[in-house]
Design a binder for this molecule. Structure first.
Ligand SMILES: *Cc1c(COP(=O)(O)O)cnc(C)c1O
Length: 394
């Protein structure tokens, strides 16, 4: 099997599994309990918090554990919205190609009287600090812009957007789920007020994530109950998952540069090979791009058919985001970068990690070239285009 869907989830690292097993076997107490077993769990919980904070340049008190990236996004945005509303600020700036955890939360807030402005992301799938600066108003409560896009891999200029927001006194949140463990993050240097990350995107376990919120930003609870996480997120802490996340993040950050160099070389080989296919186009920013992300549109085919035939050959890939697959709507991300519906349906995302090899890349290239040719030969639409009855889009 060739696994090339690391943007959907990653295989857990050995370090993360062994940290979790050890915790489940030895330190399974409730961190809120006062006897030794509980207090040892509390110690490893706080140790994990310190190690995770260190990986992103935060202090441990600024780290809240959540059930994953989606919850962190929801809580960050809801908290900033409430803080804004208390001062009469109800304008929120974001982009058209955020993850649904962000977009659907913003949609809800619109129903609650907030005004949401989604910045266009252009053909490359990015926004500039100047666009953000021009959009900020007196009544802007929050700017929430992702660090890197999960479908097309564009890396956004967060280090430039952060200072603009700070200078104008507007809270800045970034969904860094695709960036954490893959790209350097320093919340202080980058002027990030709030940041979401999720362990299962960097070889940690599923169902655990982090909301970083700068000291002084008061969070709104999504879950009420006990006093865990300084009263901001009730529920007994998932200590095994938290220590697994800490182990995975530390490992990813320790090998970030060498891993990025290796993975981006594989990515570039894939992009070069797929570029030979006629009437195909790379999606996303060719330069400012996640090390592992490859995303193409192939005219005249259905992405779903391509995925099924790749699966027959043991290749795991995606047509976009895992959250959209199963629905017939084309990806909102591809529409946001201006791909027409017809072409957006023929997309393929391959997301690589350090475990992939050059042999994997060669095998993927062979398979995609053959399958795209096969599907096109069967497509009446493709025949119309080849014969000149219909225009090519790409
Ligand atoms: C995966 C992902 C999420 C959701 O994270 P979960 O931990 O699966 O809830 C949010 N944002 C982006 C950009 C993602 O890639």
């Amino acid at each position: 099997m060739i696994y090339a869907d690391n943007a959907a989830t990653t295989q857990m690292s050995k370090a993360a599994i062994s940290a979790m097993l050890n915790c489940m076997e030895e330190t399974w107490g409730n961190p809120s309990s006062l006897y030794g077993l509980g207090q040892r769990a509390k110690e490893i919980l706080e140790d994990a918090r310190e190690r995770i904070a260190a990986c992103i340049g935060a202090s441990p008190k600024e780290i809240t554990f959540t059930s994953g990236g989606s919850e962190a996004d929801n809580q960050a945005i809801r908290s900033a919205a409430l803080l804004g509303a208390q001062k009469g600020k109800r304008h929120i700036i974001s982009t058209a190609f955020e993850h649904h955890a962000v977009l659907h939360t913003l949609k809800k807030l619109e129903g609650e009287g907030f005004e949401v402005e989604l910045l266009p992301v252009g053909e490359l799938g990015t926004v500039t600090a100047q666009q953000v600066s021009e959009a900020i108003r007196e009544d802007t409560a929050l700017v929430t812009i992702m660090y890197a896009n999960n479908e097309i891999g564009s890396v956004l200029p967060i280090s430039e957007i952060g200072p603009v927001c700070r200078e104008r006194g507007v809270l800045f949140h970034t969904d860094a789920v695709q960036a954490a463990g893959h790209l350097p993050i320093d919340v202080k240097a980058q002027n990030i007020d709030m940041l979401s990350l999720s362990a299962h995107k960097f070889h940690g376990p599923k169902g655990i994530g982090v909301l970083y919120a700068r000291r002084g930003i008061s969070l709104t609870n999504l879950i009420e109950g006990g006093a865990q996480e300084r009263g901001k997120r009730a529920g007994t802490e998932n200590v095994p998952a938290i220590v697994g996340m800490a182990a995975a993040l530390e490992e990813a950050c320790a090998h970030m540069e060498e891993n990025a160099a290796k993975v981006s070389a594989l990515r570039d080989r894939l992009i070069a090979g797929l570029s030979w296919i006629p009437h195909a186009a790379l999606n996303g920013d060719p330069v400012n791009r996640l090390p592992g992300n490859v995303n193409f549109c192939f005219e005249g085919i259905e992405g779903e058919s391509l995925l099924l035939l790749l699966d027959d050959r043991g290749i795991c890939a995606s047509s976009g985001s895992a959250c959209t697959s199963g629905s017939l709507d084309p990806s909102h991300v591809l529409l946001a970068i201006g791909r027409p519906h017809e072409v957006a349906h023929g997309s393929l995302r391959l997301s690589l990690c350090g475990e992939n090899t050059e042999a994997d890349v060669e095998e993927i290239l062979r398979a995609v070239l053959e399958i795209v040719g096969y599907l096109r030969n069967m497509s009446p639409l493709w025949k119309d285009k080849v014969s000149g009855k219909k225009e090519f889009v790409l």
